[in-house]
Design a protein around this ligand. Structure first.
Ligand SMILES: NC(=O)c1ccc[n+]([C@@H]2O[C@H](COP(=O)([O-])OP(=O)(O)OC[C@H]3O[C@@H](n4cnc5c(N)ncnc54)[C@H](O)[C@@H]3O)[C@@H](O)[C@H]2O)c1
Length: 277
């Protein structure tokens, strides 16, 4: 492709060690952007930087948990010091929940999902905004989810966190549109990434229970809470073709580009028609 839509622009992409974030970081760089790769996974983040540099691009990484305000400050400061400006923020990093029925969601799972999926994007956006406002322009793109649009695409914590992301997008768009800031989101349907393996890594019992549920169909008792079997049913029925990370990245980078200059506060389903069912 090698377009120069992002020539001389500085872009932060969170969760860019893997999946959708990695594909977006590579595409931004291919289109001329200077890219800060932020992720918990240091090796993966460095690998993304290495790939960008090997193709002649400019990238740096910051490794750490983005729900930690100190890491958030380091990300924004490093982008400004390395690149001299901050034009685009992509709040993409996220985790799944265990798909447990609401009554079975413990405090730790609820808080972990909210912290990473909703609080971290809030913290980063708050840290980035002053720099964008003083420059008079800035674009913030979030990775929401089909679960930000409907009540049956994931468990309660994930669904609530992604509805929160949609609220952030709309609120930002209305609040800052007169100051040159745009906020948008993609809402991916099922996408071939490492999210299942990454999400419950700290909770191996829940992870293996979820994986078992996905591969071994269970009988849903009439009237029982849906719980994890929801995911299996969705994958089998309405969700459409699974996308690739590159297909999600193409939509995300479009939303960040000048071609989308009049698009603000919009959550774009990238889901092979799932949201139309
Ligand atoms: N894969 C799907 O089917 C799907 C569908 C809808 C939405 N999404 C959303 O897409 C986004 C990207 O996920 P993906 O599917 O590419 O998964 P992925 O697991 O391949 O990539 C997510 C990345 O985020 C990083 N990350 C997780 N927690 C972090 C933290 N606290 N601090 C810093 N980095 C952290 C991980 O290390 C990983 O590299 C997520 O927000 C997810 O909710 C994914």
């Amino acid at each position: 492709m090698n377009s120069t839509r992002f020539e001389a622009r500085s872009v932060i992409v969170t969760g860019a060690a893997s999946g959708i974030g990695r594909a977006a970081a590579l595409l931004f760089a291919e289109e001329g952007a200077k890219v800060l790769v932020a992720d918990l996974n240091q090796d993966g983040a460095e690998e993304t930087v290495k790939t960008i540099k090997a193709a002649g691009g400019n990238a740096v990484s910051v490794a750490g948990d983005l729900s930690d305000p100190q890491v958030v400050n380091e990300v924004v400061t490093t982008a400004l010091q390395s690149f001299g400006s901050l034009d685009v923020l992509v709040n993409n990093a996220g985790i799944m929940d265990s798909m447990a029925a609401l009554a079975d969601v413990d405090d730790a799972e609820w808080e972990r999902v909210m912290r990473i999926n909703l609080t971290a994007p809030f913290l980063l956006t708050r840290a980035a905004l002053p720099h964008m406002l003083s420059a008079g322009h800035g674009t913030i793109v979030f990775t929401a989810s089909e679960a930000g649009l409907r009540g049956s695409a994931a468990g309660a914590a994930y669904t609530a966190s992604k509805h929160g992301v949609v609220g952030l997008v709309k609120s930002l768009a209305v609040m800052y549109r007169k100051q040159g800031i745009r906020a948008t989101a993609i809402a991916p349907g099922g996408t071939q990434t490492n999210i299942l393996a990454h999400s419950l890594g700290a909770e191996p019992d829940k992870m293996s229970a979820l994986m078992n549920t996905l591969v071994q169909p269970q009988d849903d008792a009439e009237g029982a809470p849906l719980g994890p079997t929801v995911l299996r049913d969705i994958l089998a029925t309405n969700s459409g073709r699974q996308s690739t990370p590159e297909e999600q990245a193409a939509a995300l980078v479009f939303l960040a580009s000048d071609a989308a200059v009049q698009i603000n506060g919009v959550v774009l389903p990238v889901d092979d028609g799932w949201s139309a069912v």
